[in-house]
Design a protein around this ligand. Structure first.
Ligand code: NAG
Ligand code: NAG
Ligand code: NAG
Ligand code: NAG
Length: 433
């Protein structure tokens, strides 16, 4: 007698559940940002509030099969969207050296609970591909960079491993470049037991860990909601087009640029050996400035400008996927720019990140190395103007003119103008995306 009533009741319950799931489907189609933990993808919501009590086993299995059907329909839906998981974002932060990319990378690195952040994984790739002449073959490097990015975004370290020296054994390495700069690689879940006596070039500072087990890193990566990679090594945005067209990634690019005069001034200090000709020449020590040096500077500027032009042109493959950000704007209005960047990525901007930004942009200046991310940003931003002579600014303006113009950096025409604090060299400019 009881079972007779129970079964129809469970059909009703199942219908209610189906209705709820349908709601979810339509909500998702409106807004593809339904949060899912990657480990339990596409499971029906457990909080439906209709969990049947004391049912017969047949009724339970009926409702279970309704769940399965829903699950399949939901999976079907996500396949149609071509995404591996709903709302998962893959963000590539592109920059060049000395543009504040470590600092901006922290905006994402700080959100460790749902973000898998990698700091300069291409360092290893570039190192292996560097030719005896000092540079890399742009075609070969571009393809390798792209392939490594793609795998890393999918939490696969295999290809990257092949570039790490010494080569990892059993997917364990003590040599991953700047491991400690990726919070994700120093979390408890990626921290294997500390081994005494093993030398690690790069080790976690927040806890004592053994060499990096990339299998553990990959698992942790899979469990994070979003993935962010920062790189200063990509030369042409165009070379990453296949990533933008990969439906598994739904990638977005944040392109960070900075006044080339400031970049050069900063490089002369940070990479003194590499830039010693510039320094000598700046000091007027009777040194001729190498044509190669000038060509290199021009090449860098042209690459950045061409990438930005491609992004701002918004070809179909880049539509909605490209954001240009000037370092100077981030330094002067960090919270505003971080908010914009998060809005662009579609990732919620958390209190934790906000408070990190407050602490690290207004706090008193702390000592730090050349890679320090802590700086009194607004004050830093035009400091370079007092560290280079006018003639260096002139050279940069000559070879990087179109780049300066595109990004809205004012030219200076005298030493006086260069060091006149009352004149800002940063024009107000918004870049549409
Ligand atoms: C369901 O079964 C549990 C024990 O299995 C019992 O304690 C509870 O009272 C039952 N609830 C209903 C609504 O029958
Ligand atoms: C999945 O989508 C295909 C194509 O639209 C459709 O034929 C199929 O019935 C769907 N499967 C489920 C379980 O909804
Ligand atoms: C780069 O490598 C490719 C493939 O190996 C080769 O065809 C090309 O000539 C190289 N380019 C330069 C500039 O060396
Ligand atoms: C790395 O981690 C995986 C997963 O925890 C484990 O199975 C494997 O044994 C570890 N590798 C080494 C060499 O410890």
């Amino acid at each position: 007698m009881r079972i007779k009533y129970t079964i129809p009741i469970f059909f009703i319950v199942a219908l209610v559940i189906i209705e709820k799931e349908n709601n979810i489907i339509s909500r998702v189609s409106d807004k593809l940002s339904l949060k899912q933990t990657p480990q339990t993808p596409l499971q029906p919501s457990r909080s439906s509030g209709s969990s049947p009590e004391n049912g017969s086993s047949t009724a339970l299995s009926k409702s279970a099969s309704a769940f399965t059907l829903m699950k399949r329909r939901l999976e079907n839906y996500s396949e149609h969207q071509g995404a591996t998981a709903w709302g998962r974002k893959h963000i590539l932060l592109l920059a060049t050296t000395r543009t504040g990319s470590s600092f901006v990378g922290e905006f994402f690195n700080q959100q460790v609970d749902n973000m898998f952040y990698l700091f300069e994984p291409l360092w290893h790739v570039e190192k292996i591909l560097t030719l005896r002449t000092g540079g890399t073959n742009a075609t070969v490097a571009a393809k390798a960079y792209r392939d490594v990015f793609r795998q890393l975004f999918l939490c696969d370290f295999t290809l990257l491993e092949s570039f790490i020296r010494p080569q990892p054994t059993n997917h364990v390495t003590a040599a991953l470049f700047r491991r400690e700069s990726s919070s994700s690689l120093c979390e408890e879940s990626v921290c294997s037991p500390f081994i005494k006596g093993v030398f690690e070039s790069y080790h976690c500072r927040n806890r004592r860990c053994g060499p990096l087990n990339l299998t553990m890193a990959s698992r942790s990566c899979q469990q994070k909601e979003h993935r962010v990679i920062k790189s200063v090594r990509v030369r042409q945005l165009e070379t990453l087009r296949p990533l933008a067209e990969d439906p598994r990634l739904d990638i977005k690019f944040i392109h960070l640029v900075r006044d080339p005069r400031a970049v050069l001034a900063s490089r002369i200090v940070a990479f003194a050996a590499k830039y010693k000709n510039w320094k000598q020449w700046a000091m007027g020590n009777n040194v001729r400035l190498d044509d190669d040096e000038v060509k290199k500077l021009k090449g860098n500027c042209d690459n950045i400008r061409m990438s930005a032009e491609a992004g701002l042109r918004q070809p179909p493959w880049l539509r909605g996927r490209y954001m240009l950000v000037r370092y100077e704007d981030i330094a002067r209005f960090p919270m505003k720019k971080a908010t914009e960047m998060y809005a662009f990525t579609g990732i919620p901007f958390t209190e934790k990140v906000k408070s990190w930004i407050v602490t690290n942009t207004r706090a008193a200046r702390r000592p730090g190395g050349v890679y320090s991310t802590q700086k009194n940003s607004a004050e830093q931003v035009e400091k370079w103007r007092f560290s280079i002579p006018f003639k260096i600014a002139q050279v940069v303006q000559k070879v990087c003119g179109p780049t300066l113009k595109l990004f809205g950096y004012k030219f200076v025409n005298s030493e006086e103008m260069l060091t006149d604090k009352s004149i800002s060299l940063i024009e107000d400019k918004t870049f549409n995306f």
